[in-house]
Design a protein around this ligand. Structure first.
Ligand SMILES: [Zn+2]
Ligand SMILES: [Zn+2]
Length: 253
């Protein structure tokens, strides 16, 4: 029997590709360095409607103690944010292709901010032109189906916040919408979250930083019991398979 350990996860981190981050701050090497310093074992890169900086962050973390999961934070037509976490950059890329086909508009860099694509050495490669902070034309069901169809995990983002969460937009979580986890922000303590949202989904509640600034990384995190930091183990922890599980959610002191 393989031994299980407790790992620290922050599964919602933006990079300099998201126009709402500080320009040039959230680059792959800097993000990975901060994750190591905060004692995180696994992070997920989830920029708005794009995964273009995920592969570079994975390469930046190569050989380090931090495992990087590629993802996207997809905006549904109802303006609900959903994290798609994927086994590899191939699936994240396929999800991104689908999302881009259902996004419209061009980013206004002066008004909204720059969307900087970088390599694993933090060198600028490109400026993304798509309007990443816009909504896709996919409804929430199609977003979850897209993620699951590619073997990914669908996490409802910041359900406790007043905007862009499923509860703020729909008012409830439909029974037939199969999220793999619900995310709460640092603004809700775990007891309150359990009482308010525990019955909302037959899935774990996780806490992530939704970091837009370096100082946010690891400010809150989730602990999971797994054998290693892999996507498959994360999936097993979400599903509670083989004694893997989300064990507790750390909140800020
Ligand atoms: Zn969000
Ligand atoms: Zn976010």
């Amino acid at each position: 029997m393989c031994s299980l350990k407790i790992f620290r996860l922050d599964l919602h981190i933006h990079t300099t590709l998201s126009p709402c981050t500080e320009l040039g701050e959230m680059t792959p090497r800097v993000v990975v360095k901060a994750a190591i310093e905060k004692g995180l074992d696994m992070i997920a890169i989830c920029d708005h409607n794009s995964s273009r900086n995920a592969a570079a962050t994975i390469r930046a973390a190569h050989g380090s103690s931090v495992k990087v999961i590629p993802g996207l934070e997809i905006t549904s037509s109802e303006e609900v944010h959903v994290l798609g976490l994927f086994p590899s950059v191939n699936e994240a890329q396929l999800a991104q292709d689908e999302v881009y086909a259902r996004l419209s508009g061009v980013n206004d860099e002066q008004a909204i901010g720059y969307q900087v694509v970088v390599d694993e050495f933090d060198m600028v490669e490109d400026m993304e032109q798509a309007l990443l902070i816009g909504s896709t034309t996919m409804n929430i069901y199609r977003v979850v189906d897209l993620i699951h169809g590619l073997g990914g995990l669908a996490v409802a983002s910041h359900i406790d916040r007043p905007g862009f969460g499923i509860l703020s937009q729909l008012g409830f979580i439909p029974d037939d919408l199969k999220f793999d986890a619900l995310e709460i922000s640092k603004h809700t303590d775990i007891e309150t979250a359990g009482k308010k949202f525990g019955q909302s989904c037959n899935c774990p509640i996780v806490t992530s930083s939704d970091a837009h600034y370096i100082s946010d990384i690891g400010a809150v995190f989730t602990e999971a019991r797994m054998s290693e930091t892999s996507f498959d183990e994360l999936k097993s922890a979400f599903l509670g398979i083989g004694r893997r599980k989300i064990v507790r959610r750390r909140m800020p002191v």
